[in-house]
Each structure stands twice: as structure tokens, then as C-alpha cells.
Design a protein around this ligand. Structure first.
Ligand code: AMP
Length: 546
């Protein structure tokens, strides 16, 4: 028997329509590349999104066409998110931190027909425009007064002119909810990047789940500032879940240094934020050095790579800001788990509570996860057994864009699971902890050593700014941990002091065999440590024999 409820597709445009009707006067504030602060309301946003939809249609772009963006977090980028996806186009966000050759490759693979970009990226697009084989329209996301007097880009269009000329009336089309909505490429450590094609249904369901109290806990009373870029897995879905909730949105634009962020947090009364650990390091450094506080910030999502417990402690104990440690990936839209305590946490000792808080957290409803051994057998949820982490759910990737090979693996029951490439434990309460990337594990005498644990401990030392633990070749054990450390400016620590710092914190056979100090650790385009480059750099490192 079929249920008798309305058959209404879940579409991204409905989030905007709802926000305009119910939160029309709520503000969207953006730091622009032009340098100033721009503010308008959800009502203005909705009107301009309809104009964007009309303008895109006027450019001859239709359902399923890909439009590229190379842009910071800002209101014009948000207008493209809604105007583009809402009208049935696929918004393809490109990461400007990638090498230009890679950008060209990605735009070509996606067959982008238009490229929208911020003023910051004018030189980048000028240098690459001729190589974007499929791009017919280049649009600079600025107003007439900031258009360059001369440019090598043919027929460069001014975004504000384009919008101004477009009618304000537009009826959002209704189509199948499985229609593609946006596209984001994920760059692994080897091979070409792979496209993850999101759909309306997956995006709306993910927005619901992300807004839940045990996830980001978003409400109409929130003021949200996503630091995580809109070109990194759709800013972890925040442009959808905040609009769904009717929260005030604050966009930092290109100004991502500690001072600019803190100024904006304070001026706009930001209550909620989200970003990778490296960003928060800069912000905390600025706040500590200048004796500042957070007067409105209540909670922040930290993910993308493991959040060191020392950072969680500083945020919570010194500044009264709750850290929501989260884990996910581009292939998961991205949220998989968020670390929110269960009842009874109040009675735990501080150390036990922190041990839980440093885990990556519990799965959101909608995400199924399990850990398996090398033969695919499911491992127990005892917090000890570690294995390959597999996931499934309505916002988990089925297959990569333009790639026929199926990334799923199938269990005995014939169910498809996505292999995340992470190694993890899950405890009896369902808290998952990532111990490593499969490619980063250190195998000493056949036993795994968790590099993230070793890094977290080093990060707890007051003189350590950044730490990476990699496998170094060992004649007897095959691999042993080598700790690579960047010191904080003006702080000193020796190899022996760091080695002593580990005592009593991990099993003896986990202790790093050596410590090397470097000026910097290479970071990838989304702020993650590139351990493959470190492994390459220290390939011939000779470990001490004692
Ligand atoms: P990306 O698709 O670029 O967002 O990368 C996803 C990968 O980042 C995951 O598979 C993890 O290896 C890593 N990652 C994301 N969040 C965390 C976290 N909280 N702790 C440890 N690793 C993380």
C-alpha cells in the first residue's frame, strides 16, 4: 500500500524560498575582495538568485550544464549556488589553491561552459583562459567600477551588469530530486582529481542532518561564519543548512588571517563557525598574543583533519567555546560523524571526557558505518579493534563523475559500501576515532602505529606549532615513526625533550624513533598536511640505532 502524502521533490531552491518567506530580513554579510563589507537580507539574496537564474538562461545555459566558480566565501558565490542549482544547472566549485594545470584539467573534465571568478583570481584566469577548452563565458564577480581597463580574457562579462539586466521574476522549476546540483573535485595524493557529483536530494537531506542538535545544532538565532571555503565540499554544506535554519550568514571573503576573522566574529556577533585545524591555529595565535576573548562565539566545527586535543582544550577551557570535532569527506557531502557527548558526560573525569572529545564522533542519522579487516569481516565496536572504515547512506557517493569504475565494495548481504580510505576504531557508544589514512599508516613489525595519536601528543607541547608523524624505513621493523616538527616562533624544544614528552602517554613501542625539525610542513589545497611529500623528503632518513 502506498502512503498518501504529497510527492514533493527535495529541491535546493525550496531552501531559499523558505528563507525568503520566513526569515526575509535576516542578514547576509560579506567581506568583499574589493575590500569593503557588504550586507543585505535574505529577501535581497532571493531576488538576486532569481536574477542569476534568468541571466544564466539568457546566456544559453540549460539543465545539467556545468558552471565553474573560482571564488571565496561571499554573497555572489551564494547567489550562484542557489541561482545555478535552483534552475537545474550544476555549480562546479574549483579550488583556486590548486596548480593552474590541475584547474584546467578539472574544468575540462567537468566540461564547464561558464567560469565565474572573484577579482583576486583575475590574474589566474587571465593566465589560463585560453586553455579552458569548453568555457564559452567568463564572468568577473564584481561591479562595473572594478572591471579591468584591459584584459586578455575575451568578452569578459561584469557580474553586476549581468544581474542588473536580468528580470527579477523567475519561477523555480520543479524537477526530479535526484537531478545533479553541484560538483566538487577531490584531489588524492596520486593520480588526477576525481569529481563528486551531488544531487538536490542528497544536499537537502544532508542539510537537515547537519542542522540537528547533535550535529551543528543550527537555528534561526545563530550567526554563522563558515571559514571552510565554498570550494571545499560546499563549505561543508553550511550554505544550505544555515539558509534552511534562517541563521544570519557572515562570509569572510579572502581575509582568512587571525585578526580579520576575529574582528569579524566580534563585529557581527558570530555564534557558530567551521573550519580546518590550521585556520584555528592562526586565529588562536592572534587571540592569545593580543589577550583577546570571544564574546559571542559559542561553538565551532573543526574537521578536515584530526583536531589536536590541545586545541579542543584551549577553545573550551580558556575561551568557553565548544569544539564539535567532525569527520567527513568530499565523497560524503561531507558530514559523517560529529563528536557530541552522550548523557552522563557530566559525571566523567576531565581526562575521560577529553579522551572522548578528541574522537571524530558519532554517525549522523543517514550515515551507516562499519570497520572491517583485510578480508572484509566486520570488526567489533570495542574502541580497540581498528580496521578499514566503510560508509553508506543517501549523501554518500555512488560513483565518481566521468569514471565508470565502481568505487563501492559489496558485503556478503550484497550491500554497497564506500571505502573511505581511513583506518578507525569504533567504541561501544558508537564514537568513531580515525587512527590513520590507509596510505599513511606506519607498520612496525606488522603492527599498526597510529600516526594521528602521536601527532596529537606532540601538538600538546607548548613549543610545537605543527607535527606530522610519518613512516621511516627501519632495517628490522620495516617502518618506524619519525616525528617531523615545526616549532612555534620564539619557542625552543629539543629532540630529547620531545621524546621525553611522550613518556607515559603511549606504549613504549609506539614512541617515535626520531624527531626532525623543519621550517614548514607542506599543506595541500584544503589545508591538510601532505605526508606523501614528507615521506618523499625523508625517504633516506637514517633512524638512530639505539
Ligand atoms: P576531503 O575529501 O578532502 O575532505 O578529505 C577527506 C579525508 O580527510 C578523510 O577521509 C579523512 O582522512 C580526513 N579527515 C576529515 N576529517 C577528519 C578528522 N576530523 N580527523 C581525521 N581525519 C579527517
Amino acid at each position: 500500500m502506498r502512503g498518501q502524502m504529497m510527492d514533493q521533490p527535495l529541491l535546493i531552491s525550496s531552501l531559499l524560498v523558505h528563507a525568503e518567506r520566513h526569515h526575509g530580513s535576516r542578514e547576509v554579510v560579506s567581506r568583499r575582495c574589493e575590500g569593503d563589507l557588504h550586507r543585505y537580507s535574505y529577501r535581497d539574496l532571493a531576488r538576486r538568485c532569481r536574477q542569476v537564474a534568468n541571466a544564466l538562461a539568457g546566456m544559453g545555459l540549460g539543465r545539467g550544464d556545468r558552471i565553474g566558480t573560482i571564488a571565496w566565501n561571499g554573497y555572489r558565490h551564494l547567489e550562484l549556488y542557489y541561482g545555478g542549482s535552483g534552475s537545474g544547472l550544476v555549480v562546479h566549485t574549483l579550488n583556486p589553491r590548486l596548480h593552474p594545470d590541475q584547474l584546467v584539467w578539472i574544468a575540462d573534465d567537468a566540461q564547464d561552459r561558464a567560469m565565474f571568478f572573484d577579482l583576486t583570481f583575475l590574474p589566474l584566469v587571465e593566465a589560463t583562459a585560453a586553455r579552458f577548452a569548453t568555457v564559452e563565458h567568463f564572468v568577473l564577480m564584481t561591479d562595473r567600477s572594478h572591471m579591468p581597463a584591459q584584459t586578455t580574457i575575451p568578452n569578459l562579462i561584469c557580474y553586476e551588469d549581468l544581474i542588473e539586466a536580468a528580470p527579477e521574476r523567475y519561477d523555480w522549476p520543479v524537477f526530479d530530486e535526484t537531478t545533479a546540483s553541484s560538483l566538487c573535485y577531490t584531489s588524492g595524493t596520486t593520480g588526477n582529481p576525481k569529481g563528486v557529483l551531488y544531487q538536490h536530494r542528497s544536499t537537502v537531506l544532508h542539510a537537515y542532518a547537519a542542522a540537528l542538535p547533535d550535529a551543528m545544532g543550527l537555528s534561526a538565532r545563530d550567526v554563522a561564519l563558515p571559514v571552510v571555503p565554498m570550494f571545499h565540499v560546499n563549505a561543508w554544506g553550511t550554505p544550505y543548512s544555515t539558509v534552511m535554519a534562517g541563521a544570519k550568514l557572515v562570509f569572510p571573503g579572502p581575509a582568512l588571517d587571525g585578526k580579520s576573522l576575529h574582528d569579524l566574529f566580534e563585529a557581527e556577533g558570530v555564534t557558530f563557525s567551521a573550519g580546518v585545524p590550521t585556520v584555528w591555529q592562526g586565529l588562536l595565535g592572534h587571540v592569545e598574543e593580543n589577550g583577546l576573548r570571544f564574546s559571542s562565539l559559542r561553538r565551532t566545527v573543526i574537521g578536515g583533519s584530526a583536531c589536536p586535543p590541545a586545541m579542543i582544550e584551549t577553545f573550551e577551557k580558556t575561551y568557553g567555546v565548544t569544539v564539535l570535532h567532525a569527520w567527513g569527506m568530499s565523497e560524503m557531502s561531507p558530514l559523517g560523524t560529529v563528536c557530541r557527548m552522550k548523557p552522563g558526560a557530566e559525571e566523567m573525569t576531565e581526562a575521560a571526557r577529553m579522551a572522548v572529545k578528541s574522537k571524530q564522533g558519532r554517525a549522523l542519522f543517514g550515515v551507516d558505518m562499519k570497520i572491517v579487516d583485510a578480508d572484509g569481516n566486520e570488526l567489533p565496536w570495542d574502541g580497540q579493534a581498528q580496521g578499514d572504515l566503510l560508509v553508506r547512506g543517501p549523501w554518500v557517493l555512488d560513483r565518481y563523475f566521468n569514471r565508470d569504475e565502481d568505487p563501492l565494495c559489496y558485503d556478503a548481504a550484497g550491500l554497497g559500501w564506500f571505502p573511505t580510505g581511513d583506518v578507525a576504531t569504533i567504541d561501544a557508544d558508537g564514537f568513531m576515532q580515525v587512527t590513520d589514512r590507509t596510505k599513511d599508516v606506519i607498520k612496525s613489525g606488522g603492527e599498526w602505529i597510529g600516526s594521528i595519536d602521536l601527532e596529537n601528543i606532540a601538538m600538546g607541547h607548548p613549543a610545537v606549532a605543527m607535527a606530522a608523524c610519518i613512516a621511516a624505513h627501519h632495517p628490522k621493523w620495516d617502518e618506524r615513526p619519525l616525528l617531523v616538527v615545526v616549532k612555534k616562533p620564539g619557542r625552543e624544544v629539543t629532540r630529547d625533550e620531545l621524546m621525553a614528552f611522550y613518556e607515559g602517554k603511549v606504549a613504549k613501542w609506539w614512541l617515535p624513533d626520531d624527531v626532525v625539525f623543519v621550517d614548514s610542513i607542506p599543506l595541500g589545497a584544503t589545508g591538510k598536511m601532505q605526508k606523501n611529500k614528507l615521506r618523499e623528503a625523508f625517504r633516506d632518513h637514517v633512524l638512530p640505532t639505539i
